[in-house]
Design a protein around this ligand. Structure first.
Ligand SMILES: [Zn+2]
Length: 297
């Protein structure tokens, strides 16, 4: 947890990572089921030390929130998996007890201080801290915030269409982490075409990982950053953009969105903020002939 205090500056705004948890010893063969055996080992030598466990054959994955302070607002991008959630089919996230709010407070932010919560999408590890369990019910964690997420995500996860085998990892998330903030009247929806938000932000459709997934571009004083959610889970996908994770629901669209984001980020020197990369979780993409490479900042 030692790296969550590193502060980035984009124009007039600052950005720090609030770590929720670090998943350890994830097997690449589980994460990238379509990669052929041995393919991961072939490219492991090109990864940063932070991207690999000491074994060299497994990877760590971070789950965290990006805390943005603009001159006017306090904004959280993605809210991890949350405490006390019932996830019996997903034991990794079942009835957790994590000192996440304490870490936010250590960064100088009380729940009441948050003005906006952005969810790139509504999977189990991105909307968890939208709510907390208090007095026998789920209530908004950030009572003064507007919660902002793609309309298509709400429509899908509130429908029976999403309650199938493929969505077991996110079952229950709509009911305990999304519906309570809707019922509290705190939600702003982003239409499927995306759009500008608060002058410096733009929601950009990057569907594929999930049905309405969006990346969030931030421009301030000529500097540009992007919070790209689950367009990629690990830097190995900068080197192998054709690899989808086991969690990507619409494989063809996910691959297209990943390549589009990589090209945009590389060609415009955009600071990339990932939601699951280990290490500092932020960095830049350079072109390397037809391929791409990743450098942490
Ligand atoms: Zn995720």
């Amino acid at each position: 947890m030692s790296d969550h205090v590193k502060e980035y500056r984009v124009g007039d705004s600052t950005i720090v990572k609030i770590t929720e948890q670090l998943l350890r010893n994830v097997a690449p063969a589980f994460l990238y089921p379509t990669a052929a055996p041995g393919q991961f080992d072939d490219i492991a030598a090109f990864l940063d030390a932070a991207d690999l466990e000491d074994s060299g054959s497994e990877v760590p994955l971070s789950i965290h929130t990006w805390l943005i302070r603009t001159p006017e607002h306090v904004i959280l991008v993605d809210t991890g998996s949350g405490n006390d959630k019932e996830r019996p089919l997903n034991p990794m996230f079942h009835r957790q007890s994590i000192e996440y709010i304490e870490r936010l407070q250590a960064a100088g932010i009380a729940p009441e201080d948050v003005d906006y919560v952005f969810n790139t999408h509504l999977h189990v590890d991105h909307a968890g801290w939208n709510t907390v369990w208090r007095n026998g019910r789920w209530v908004p964690t950030f009572p003064n915030a507007r919660y902002v997420f793609p309309l298509a995500e709400e429509q899908y996860y509130s429908s029976t269409a999403s309650h199938n085998e493929a969505n077991i990892p996110s079952r229950g998330v709509y009911e305990d982490s999304v519906l309570p903030v809707i019922e509290a009247g705190l939600v702003d929806r982003i239409a499927p075409e995306g759009g500008k938000f608060l002058d410096i932000f733009e929601f950009i459709p990057t569907t594929g990982h999930s049905i309405g997934h969006m990346s969030i571009k931030m421009s301030s004083n000529g500097e540009v950053a992007i919070f790209a959610g689950d367009v990629m889970h690990h830097p190995v996908q900068v080197l192998r953009p054709e690899w989808n994770t086991v969690f990507c629901e619409f494989p063809d669209d996910a691959r297209k969105a990943r390549r589009r984001v990589l090209e945009y980020v590389a060609d415009n020197n955009v600071l990339y903020f990932a939601t699951h990369f280990p290490g500092s979780s932020a960095g830049r993409v350079q072109r390397n002939g037809e391929a791409f490479q990743w450098t942490y900042e």
